[in-house]
Design a protein around this ligand. Structure first.
Ligand SMILES: CC(C)(COP(=O)(O)OP(=O)(O)OC[C@H]1O[C@@H](n2cnc3c(N)ncnc32)[C@H](O)[C@@H]1OP(=O)(O)O)[C@@H](O)C(=O)NCCC(=O)NCCS
Length: 171
């Protein structure tokens, strides 16, 4: 069955908390060290959707396999049309094209919601899955900050990538 991509509902948050907790505890894609609680995930979800930005999940056979959302890049007012994406899949759902489907859907939804630029701040310059995912979705590399994170006894870079969601807006 091909996965359904749809807006996140409150009942999805338990699964989202579990998926994200796994990546916090085992990966360098996120620089969080302690998994946020279900209540904290709900606070983050409410902040994204109440600001009018998309938070999507991919579901198959009734199970949430992953999620992606577009949040504000920074709070200051002039950043209002720039969002940053976040995307996390269940380990068993990775490497099968689902990330690409979810990120393309998120880009379309963010554009629809009024975003002009989407940024990816990718934890760890060795995170080939995330870098290649963003490349495959048309993001270009715009730089990196080196050794700005420290996790699992390793100094970590962040890779910065960007996609213009409204390339027709040239001014
Ligand atoms: C990053 C992530 C969302 C990508 O989703 P995915 O479903 O695994 O990726 P896809 O199968 O859609 O592949 C997308 C592209 O990345 C490439 N790719 C996927 N996994 C890869 C890997 N482990 N190494 C190198 N390239 C990889 C694919 O070949 C594909 O490129 P192509 O279309 O040019 O062939 C997923 O792997 C994940 O949840 N990783 C852990 C959490 C994480 O790092 N999130 C991002 C935080 S910045």
């Amino acid at each position: 069955m091909s996965p359904l991509i749809r807006p996140c509902q409150i009942d999805d948050l338990d699964r989202i908390q579990a998926i994200y907790a796994h990546h916090v505890l085992t990966g360098t894609g996120t620089f969080e060290l302690d998994p946020p609680s279900r209540a904290e995930i709900e606070t983050r979800w409410r902040a994204v959707v109440s600001a009018g930005w998309p938070w999507l999940v991919a579901e198959a056979d009734g199970a949430v396999l992953g999620y992606a959302y577009a949040g504000p890049f920074r709070a200051r007012a002039a950043y209002a049309h720039t969002v940053e994406d976040s995307i996390y899949l269940d380990l068993r759902a990775q490497g099968r094209g689902l990330g690409k489907a979810l990120l393309f859907a998120l880009m379309a939804a963010a554009r629809e919601a009024g975003a002009r630029e989407m940024l990816a701040v990718i934890g760890d310059s060795q995170n080939r899955a995330s870098i290649n995912l963003h490349k495959a979705c048309g993001f270009r590399s715009v730089g990196a900050f080196e050794r700005v994170g420290f996790k699992f006894d390793r100094w970590l870079d962040i890779v910065l990538m960007q996609s213009s969601l409204r390339p027709e807006d040239t001014n």
